[in-house]
Design a protein around this ligand. Structure first.
Ligand code: TXA
Ligand code: MG
Length: 362
C-alpha cells in the first residue's frame, strides 16, 4: 500500500532543556498553530505533535507515522485547568491523580469533550490526556495555546524515539520541525490509566508504577493482555499488537538467570552457526558472560532506570548493525520493571522462552 505523504524540509532545531530559547519555541508553536507537525522531547519519549483541535493536522500525524486510524492519540496539556477544554465529566479522582503525578508520565483516559475531534480518539467517546513534565514540551504547549495531540515520534510499530536522531531516522521529510533537546529521560512511554471503566485500569504500565497508583487507588487493575504469557509463551493468536519492535526478530528469555544465560549462549551460537547475524541486549554486568561469542553486544546499563532509558536506542542500534535476531532476557517485573517487561513482551510478539532447570542440562 502506498501512503501519500507530502515531503517537507524537516528542520532540526537544538533547544536547551533548562532554558528553552523563546524564539525557537515561538517558531515551533507557530508551525503547530498553522496545522504543521512538530516533534518534541518529553520526559518519556519524543512526541510527534499537532494541534489537537485541528482534525486535518491530526490526520497528518497518522499519515506521517503510517499509523492505523484505529489507534487513538494522547492529548498533551500545559495546566490542569485545560482538562475542561478536552474532557467532560472529569471525576474527582482525575484531579487527585493530577495533583500527585502531573506534570509527569501519567496519561488519563477520560470522556472526550466535543471540542476534540473524533479522529484524535479513533472515533471513541474517550480521550487520553497527559501533562508532560519536560520543560521544552511545556514551553511548546503553552506557547501554542492549544492542546497538542502527540503519539510517540516513530514510524508505526517501530521502537519509540528517545532522541532527535531517532525521530529523523523514521520521519525525515514527514515532520516540519524537530526540537532537539537531547535524550528523553525515562525512555519508556507514559503509564496509561483508564478512568472511564467501573474500576480504574492501567492499559499500559509506565514510570508511574502500579505500586504508586495503588496508594491512591487501592483496587486499580491492570489489563494484562500483553503481559500474561504462559510457560510456553503462547497467547491467544491475534491478541497481541506487535509494537515497539526492532526490525530484527526479538527472542525474549525468562526464568532463573543461571538457566537463562547458558540457554542464550547456546541459542546465539546455533544461530551464528546457521549464518544468522545475532545481537545481544544485556545488562553491563553480563558482558563477561557473552563476550567470547560471535555476536553484536549492546550494553544497557546497570539499574532498571538506566536499562529502560537505553532500551529503544540499543534496539535501533542493533537494527542499524543489520542483525537478524536479537536475544535479551527479562528483568524484575515490579515497579518500572513491569513497564520494561511489557515493552519486551510486545517486541517479542508475545513469545517468551522460559528456561527451567531441566532445559539447561546437557
Ligand atoms: O509517553 C507517552 O505517552 C508518549 C509521549 C509523546 O507523551 N506518547 C505515546 O503515544 O506513547 P502513543 O500514541 O505512542 O501511545 C498512546 C497509547 C496507545 O497505546 C493508545 O492506544 C493509548 O495510548 N490511547 C490513546 N488514547 C486512548 C483512549 N482514548 N483510550 C484508550 N487508550 C488510548
Ligand atoms: Mg507509540
Amino acid at each position: 500500500m502506498v501512503i501519500e505523504t507530502r515531503l517537507v524540509n524537516t528542520r532540526i532545531l537544538p533547544v536547551s532543556v533548562d532554558q528553552p530559547d523563546s524564539a525557537t519555541i515561538q517558531l515551533a508553536a507557530e508551525v503547530l498553530r498553522a496545522g504543521g507537525l512538530v516533534a518534541f522531547p518529553t520526559e518519556t519519549v519524543y512526541g510527534l505533535g499537532a494541534n489537537a483541535l485541528d482534525a486535518d493536522a491530526v490526520n497528518s500525524i497518522f499519515a506521517a507515522k503510517e499509523r492505523p486510524a484505529s489507534d487513538p492519540i494522547i492529548v498533551h496539556i500545559d495546566q490542569v485547568s485545560d482538562l475542561a477544554m478536552v474532557a467532560t465529566d472529569v471525576p474527582l479522582l482525575a484531579f487527585e491523580l493530577a495533583s500527585r503525578f502531573w506534570p509527569g508520565p501519567l496519561t488519563l483516559v477520560l470522556r472526550r469533550s466535543e471540542r476534540v475531534p473524533p479522529v484524535v480518539s479513533a472515533g471513541m467517546a474517550t480521550v487520553a490526556v497527559r501533562m508532560p513534565a519536560h520543560p521544552i514540551a511545556r514551553a511548546l504547549i503553552r506557547q501554542a495555546g492549544v492542546p497538542v495531540a502527540a503519539p510517540s515520534a516513530n514510524r508505526f510499530a517501530r521502537p519509540s524515539s528517545t532522541t532527535a536522531a531517532h525521530v529523523l531516522e523514521d520521519l525525515d521529510g514527514r515532520v516540519d520541525v524537530i526540537l532537539d533537546g537531547g535524550p528523553a529521560t525515562i525512555g519508556l512511554e507514559s503509564t496509561v490509566l483508564d478512568l472511564t471503566r467501573a474500576t480504574p485500569t492501567v492499559l499500559r504500565p509506565g514510570a508511574v508504577t502500579l505500586e504508586m497508583l495503588r496508594v491512591v487507588i487501592p483496587d486499580v487493575q491492570i489489563l494484562t493482555r500483553y503481559l500474561e504469557v504462559d510457560q510456553e509463551g503462547i497467547e491467544a493468536p491475534g491478541m497481541l499488537l506487535k509494537h515497539y519492535s526492532p526490525r530484527a526478530e526479538l527472542r525474549l528469555y525468562a526464568g532463573e538467570i543461571q538457566q537463562v544465560i547458558p540457554a542464550m549462549r547456546q541459542n546465539a551460537r546455533d544461530l551464528a552457526a546457521a549464518g544468522r547475524r545475532v545481537g545481544l541486549l544485556i545488562p553491563d554486568s553480563e558482558q563477561g558472560d557473552f563476550s567470547d561469542l560471535p555476536v553484536e553486544l549492546r550494553l544497557l546499563g546497570g539499574d532498571l532506570e538506566t536499562i529502560s532509558h537505553h532500551l529503544f536506542d540499543r534496539m535501533r542500534a542493533l537494527d542499524r548493525d543489520g542483525v537478524d535476531v536479537i536475544l535479551m532476557h527479562g528483568l524484575e517485573q515490579s515497579g518500572l520493571g513491569l513497564a520494561l517487561w511489557d515493552r519486551l513482551v510486545r517486541a517479542a510478539n508475545g513469545q517468551v522462552i522460559w528456561c527451567t532447570a531441566s532445559d539447561s542440562q546437557g
